[in-house]
Design a protein around this ligand. Sequence first.
Ligand code: NI
Length: 137
Amino acid sequence: MIKRKCVSFSIDGELQKKFEEYVLSEKYKTKSKAITDIIRNEIVRKEYIEGKEVVGVITIVYDHHKKDLQDKITDVQHEHHYMILSTLHIHLDESNCLEVIVVRGKGKEIDGLRGNLKSINGVKHCSMNITTKGKDV
Ligand code: NI
């Protein structure tokens, strides 16, 4: 287990004021938790950019009535099978499907999958969220 250590640093008054407002608006009970989250977010972002292994979710919404669309989406996912951990399919209404694809891989590879899905005609929306693997950061 990693020991928590006390660190101190100084920031200018205006930035400190903004940070205090941020802590309140995000409902943090402690500034330590807020700072820890900010640091972790930045490390995850940097790891993603540098092409290190990250985990994340890609979310797509599409109309399953559109001809061949479901097959195209499945084909793209099979091409990237090695990085897909799981998928969740929800029938939003009579036409629209929402799919959540949980991925693990290098930033560039995950971004390639995201781009391949997003660019398929009929995919109405595609978003991606990268998060920490939980172990190192
Ligand atoms: Ni569906």
